[in-house]
Design a protein around this ligand. Structure first.
Ligand code: NCD
Ligand code: ZN
Length: 346
């Protein structure tokens, strides 16, 4: 018996598209299934001003193949020099949908991020006033803090104090990876949302380290122990409005992943919807996939859900390319390590 599932077209609330040849190569992988995505600004150099975001948006739209529809939702990269007036203007024009805070040094291309939160308080207060969400990479960078504890310590020492100082600020905890992240998001009220990636629903830290190091499973925040993966699965499949899909699909060419100092990032744009159908079916929650992938995100961001739909069908083992060949080099597609039987039609 063929099982089919029709959903409002999904959106991706956390996506890395990069620029140039990489952008050209990976954009169709997202646009095939997703109507819109929140575009991360950690280019080199980063997308800091409204003018830079407008130019990047034009480059994304120029890279979109004929006949494909896709709306990039732009973000600004918060720096200690960011001008609150520029942020407000970029929001008022409809161009910018969020501002991204990277603690300096936390992840790929984050060295220009924020060292001292006090320096960005005027921007955050302006954002609270105009209702512009802050997307947070929620990890401390303190060298003494163990990499597996960096999210939980961030919540206690940075996020909670910040939200107490500026309670009106809308915050998205990006790519949560821990049960502490799930619990904090749940207790946070309707100004707090949290994105969950596809890969963090599938892998735990053993997948990265047991039986040889697997660089294509290395991402930041790094996957944690199994109890955290289970907490994320429960949250994503709960139907609760605060949890929504942000794939954090983060392409790096294989040469930089399979390296003595490999880059962080899993590339899941190609097979996210197939994998999510598999995960939600395992959790007995196929009827909640639409909330997670298509409804909760737009509601948090104050945007309408998409009118168009996609249909998933269950059948023969699904296949996708092991790699995407971009002009920048090959990019390995996330391999869940088990067969998947869900397909996206059309
Ligand atoms: C992202 C990247 O490569 O830009 N990497 C990752 O592991 N997720 C940055 C980020 O979102 O942390
Ligand atoms: Zn990311």
């Amino acid at each position: 018996m063929t099982q089919t599932l029709t959903l409002r077209r999904p959106d991706d609330w956390h996506l890395h598209l990069r620029d140039g040849a990489m952008l050209q190569g990976v954009l169709p992988e997202t646009a095939r299934h997703f109507a819109r995505a929140i575009i991360m600004p950690n280019l080199v150099p980063p997308v800091v001003t409204g003018a830079q975001a407008a130019a990047y948006r034009d480059r994304i739209l120029a890279a979109l193949p004929e006949g494909m529809a896709f709306e990039p939702l732009m973000t600004l990269y918060l720096t200690e020099g960011t001008d609150p007036a520029d942020v407000a203007a970029a929001h008022a024009s409809g161009l910018v949908k969020a501002v991204k805070l990277y603690p300096a040094g936390a992840t790929t291309n984050s060295h220009g991020g924020v060292r001292d939160l006090a320096k960005v308080t005027p921007v955050l207060e302006k954002m609270a006033e105009i209702g512009l969400p802050l997307c947070l990479h929620g990890e401390v960078t303190t060298p003494e803090v163990d990499i597996f504890d960096r999210e939980a310590v961030f919540i206690d020492t940075v996020l909670d104090p910040l939200r107490r100082r500026i309670p009106e600020l809308r915050v998205v905890m990006e790519h949560i990876t821990t049960e502490e992240g799930v619990a904090y998001a749940r207790a946070g009220g309707d100004r707090l949302g949290a994105t969950i990636t596809t890969h963090h629903l599938i892998i735990n830290r053993n997948h990265i380290l047991v039986g040889g190091i697997k660089p294509h499973y290395y991402c930041l925040p790094v996957a944690k122990r199994e109890k955290h993966r289970l907490a994320l699965r429960q949250a994503a499949t709960s139907g609760e409005g605060r949890f929504f899909l942000g794939t954090d699909s983060a392409p790096h060419v294989d040469a930089l992943k399979e390296h003595a100092c490999g880059c962080a990032g899993c590339f899941t744009a190609t097979n996210t919807m197939q994998l999510l159908a598999h995960v939600f079916e395992e959790e007995g929650a196929l009827d909640r996939l639409e909330a997670f992938a298509s409804l909760n995100g737009p509601r948090f961001y104050g945007l309408p859900a998409n009118e168009s739909t996609i249909t998933l069908t269950k059948g023969a083992p699904a296949q996708w390319p092991a790699k995407i060949f971009t002009e920048a080099g090959p990019v390995t597609v996330f391999d869940p390590g088990f067969p998947v039987h869900w397909h996206v039609e059309g």
